[in-house]
Design a protein around this ligand. Structure first.
Ligand code: 1HE
Length: 252
């Protein structure tokens, strides 16, 4: 159901159920939890993408009908646990989106740190139309990308955003030609992998906590993180390399 491959120091993860449009059932979400909990030694960044014509059609709706309320809560918490492993694992994650990025597919994408969308991508939260609510973290993560009003609109009216619109409103950070998303994601992943480990930790673990904190606590957290980061030998080395003209200028 999921395929993994390590290329250099990048972990490639593929949703691999194209006949069901990469709909995510329990087995798939548990596989995602397992993969992102056990990132192999030496891997510095991960890229997730979907096989077939779509990134993901979201939750496997064929499993939904058989759950009562208690099972529903545990099911949602299982998604939270798995997607927390994606967001707060040991490496930054780049998602390559194409075709449908719907419901749970958008929840998975929004747990990643960078989203590259091919021009075929379309985004929707059809939970509103299906008579259900999001359960995989969308109500927390999606408003952080596009604001609460836009998410409310997506669910109340079934609004579908195109790849272009998604780029404008913040659903993705990059747009790529159809078929070009993985190449772009790998280019970004190599840049991310070359960062100091402390920088990637600060951006994936500390920045989201600062964003959730009040101003006072947030600024204190920032100072602590800044002090720890600048104290690391790797930071001192990188600063010295710049000052001695041995590292790239901005934009090079
Ligand atoms: C599925 C699913 C699915 C496709 N669960 N089986 N998500 C949705 O409401 C989206 C529902 N899916 C669609 O709107 C369309 O399938 C797509 C726009 C994504 C793709 O359309 P298309 O024409 O390429 O494919 P298709 O013919 O609709 O589907 C192909 C097969 O995949 C078909 O099965 P088959 O046995 O008849 O071949 C579909 O039934 C199956 N399939 N999507 C199960 N989602 C943690 S809470 C999150 C809550 C949600 O994610 S709700 C949003 C659910």
């Amino acid at each position: 159901m999921l395929k993994t491959e390590v290329r250099d120091n990048i972990l490639l993860v593929a949703l691999n159920r194209p006949d069901k449009r990469n709909a995510i059932n329990d087995e798939a979400i548990l596989a995602i939890e397992n993969i992102f909990s056990t990132i192999p030694e030496g891997v510095k960044c991960a890229v997730i993408y979907g096989e077939g014509k779509h990134f993901s059609a979201g939750l496997d709706l064929s499993e939904l009908t058989e759950r009562d309320a208690v099972q529903g809560v545990y099911h949602s918490r299982m998604w939270h646990r798995a997607l927390d492993k994606v967001q707060f694992g040991v490496v930054p994650v780049v998602a390559v989106l194409h075709g449908a990025c719907i419901g749970g597919g958008l929840e998975l994408a929004s747990a990643c740190h960078i989203r590259v969308a091919e021009t075929s991508t379309f985004y929707a939260l059809p939970e509103g139309q299906r008579g259900i609510f999001v359960g995989g973290g969308a109500s927390v993560r999606v408003p952080k990308l596009i604001g609460m009003a836009r998410m409310t609109d997506m669910m109340l009216t079934g609004r579908v955003y195109t790849a272009d619109e998604g780029l404008q409103i913040g659903l993705s950070q990059y747009l790529a030609d159809n078929g070009g998303g993985l190449t772009k994601a790998l280019e970004l992943a190599h840049k991310i992998a070359s960062n100091a480990g402390m920088t990637n930790f600060a951006l994936t673990h500390v920045l989201p906590r600062i964003a959730d904190a009040g101003q006072d606590a947030g600024l204190m957290l920032e100072s602590l993180m800044a002090a720890i980061a600048q104290d690391a030998p790797e930071a001192k080395l990188r600063l010295r390399e710049f000052l001695e003209g041995r590292s790239k200028k901005v934009g090079e």
